[in-house]
Ligand binder design. Structure first.
Ligand code: F6R
Length: 255
């Protein structure tokens, strides 16, 4: 496969709080420029501070989500939306119950048979397309190099689908689920191709535990072994890090 390798911007903030401010500023700017913006959102610990700031800005009257549509990257499978472990519940708790967004979607983790899951994934892709595509996609990065739940081996043209979670990913989620065996083995995730179609991408990482995979994704070769490395082929992508996550990048650019 041939692709154009771009040199996405790397922003290094001094700490997590500043990192979240910078990312929240980008999302706020997008919403101010386009009140009907379509946002792609991530769960996990990394964006929590960003969501807190967006909620504050909404409560201060600085942001209006009423015209905004949000699509989340992924959901565990099988997973009931009302389960406290669902990403649906996570987004409700940390963002949507606090703001006035009228349309937010999370992939369906309870679709049933493989054929039903495949159908609901096709519908999710159609919903994204019908919304006009994603203007700004926020990503975290897993220690396997996953974006969404696209684990190593995911091709760059993959679409929303049922995926298997890597053991490392399940280990990282074990505490939240009360043990490794309680973590679902599968998830429904937007594909790498779905993600790369967003008009702008922000990949965000925080903490020393991410330093090695950030280095692998940004300084190593672009390869399906590190799905986050595909983001470097995107014409409008930026990497937002705190100092700890940036500590192993070969050249550490400063703010
Ligand atoms: C979450 C997602 C994942 C996470 C990644 C990092 O919706 O798609 O790719 O962004 O696993 O998770 P945290 O932020 O918890 O380290």
């Amino acid at each position: 496969m041939t692709f154009q390798l771009n040199t996405p911007i790397v922003v290094v903030a001094p700490d997590y709080a500043h990192l979240c401010e910078r990312v929240a500023d980008q999302i706020s700017a997008q919403m101010q420029a386009r009140p009907n913006a379509v946002l792609g959102l991530a769960t996990g610990s990394t964006p929590l501070g960003v969501y807190e700031i967006l909620v504050q800005r909404y409560q201060n009257g600085e942001l209006d989500f009423s015209g905004v549509t949000c699509f989340n990257l992924d959901e565990y499978y099988p997973m009931l939306p009302e389960s406290p472990h669902s990403y649906q519940a996570f987004m409700q708790e940390h963002l949507f119950r606090h703001i006035n967004c009228r349309r937010w979607l999370v992939p369906d983790g309870q679709a049933g048979s493989p054929a039903q899951v495949a159908q609901s994934c096709r519908e999710y892709e159609t919903q994204i397309k019908d919304a006009g595509g994603i203007d700004l996609q926020l990503l975290g990065i897993g220690r396997t190099g996953h974006i969404g739940f696209n684990e190593p081996g995911s091709p760059p043209d993959s679409r929303s689908r049922l995926v298997s979670l890597a053991p490392q990913t399940r280990e990282d989620a074990a505490e939240a689920f009360g043990g490794f065996d309680a973590v679902p083995q599968q998830a429904v995730s937007m594909g790498v191709g779905t993600i790369l179609e967003a008009r702008e991408i922000i990949l965000m990482a925080s903490g020393a535990a991410k330093a090695e995979i950030v280095r692998g994704a940004w300084s190593g070769e672009v390869t399906g072994r590190v799905p986050a490395s595909w983001v470097r082929t995107h014409p409008n992508a930026a990497l937002y890090l705190d100092q700890d996550a940036a500590s192993r990048l070969e050249e550490t650019p400063q703010e």
